[in-house]
Design a protein around this ligand. Structure first.
Ligand code: NAD
Length: 249
């Protein structure tokens, strides 16, 4: 498939997991990609074969976001797609234990970081009169469970941001959607997988999904690529669970 031939994309959190798989998928489909991540070392290893760019960027710092978007504009001249994917889990503490710093850090990256990317890329896409943004939310933003309260609230915020940004930008031909992944094996969830494997509880890993398995980064990348492509030309403001049926039950 070459849905992104001649198109330019930005992926945040591109050095690992879902972001890395998304950069690879978009590149495979013809896009030139700017990979952004705060982890410079891992970023260098994540670049797909071809003519792509990387830049170290912490999305929680608006100045760095603005510079990264200007860098994309200078090199690409346009931005067709944004996979707004960078995210963190600080801890899985109970509401009575979570400290304010955890709330601020988690919201600062997952929600405000995503909003700042949308702000700066949104301006470019608005001026172009076209573009597609896909935010990585989570099933944790739909139902309680994995990730702890600050993480879940940040992801519910991302779903809300998806709807409001879609309303603000729709009149300019810019679409904004989200994917809500279930449990995916990545760097973020490595401690969960390690613990389960060490304790012979591997079958628990997919237990909340109706398909009775956990997912792979490529399965989320495929959904992100769909929503970012013209195949989804009449879809905006939606949050698509890609979760093996987790939220169906
Ligand atoms: P990951 O840890 O493998 O990758 C996340 C990447 O984001 C890392 O390379 C990290 O360096 C980068 N990053 C973190 N903070 C950043 C910042 N401030 N600025 C720039 N880059 C930053 O995790 P993943 O599972 O691939 O996570 C990708 C997204 O998917 C996240 O938003 C996460 O919340 C979401 N998600 C993951 C799962 C899962 O089960 N793995 C489920 C639902 C949602």
């Amino acid at each position: 498939i070459t849905r992104f031939d001649g198109k330019y994309a930005i992926v945040t959190g591109a050095a690992s997991g879902i972001g890395r798989a998304t950069a690879a998928r978009l590149a495979e489909e013809g896009a030139r990609v700017l990979l952004l991540d705060r982890n410079a070392e891992a970023l260098a290893e994540a670049v797909p074969t071809g003519d792509h760019l990387t830049r170290t960027c912490d999305v929680s710092d608006e100045a760095q976001v603005a510079e990264a978007v200007a860098f994309a504009q200078a090199h690409f001249g346009r931005i067709d797609a944004l996979a707004n994917n960078a995210g963190i889990i600080c801890d899985r503490s109970q509401i009575t234990e979570t400290d304010k710093a955890t709330w601020e850090r988690t919201l600062g990256v997952n929600l405000i970081g995503a909003a700042m990317m949308l702000k700066h890329v949104g301006k470019v896409m608005q001026a172009q009169g076209t573009g597609a943004v896909v935010n990585t939310a989570s099933v944790a933003g739909i139902r309680s469970g994995a990730g702890g309260n600050a993480y879940s609230a940040s992801k519910a915020g991302v779903i809300s941001l998806t709807m409001t940004a879609a309303c603000d930008l729709g009149q300019y031909g810019v679409r904004v959607n989200a994917v809500c992944p279930g449990l995916i094996e990545t760097g973020m969830t490595a401690p969960v997988f390690d613990y389960a494997r060490e304790h012979g509880k591997e079958d628990r890993l997919g237990a909340r999904a109706e398909l009775r398995r956990y997912g792979h980064p490529e399965e989320i990348a495929a959904a992100i690529a769909f929503l970012a492509s013209d195949d989804a030309s009449f879809i905006t403001g939606q949050a698509l669970p890609v979760d093996g049926g987790n939220t169906a039950s």
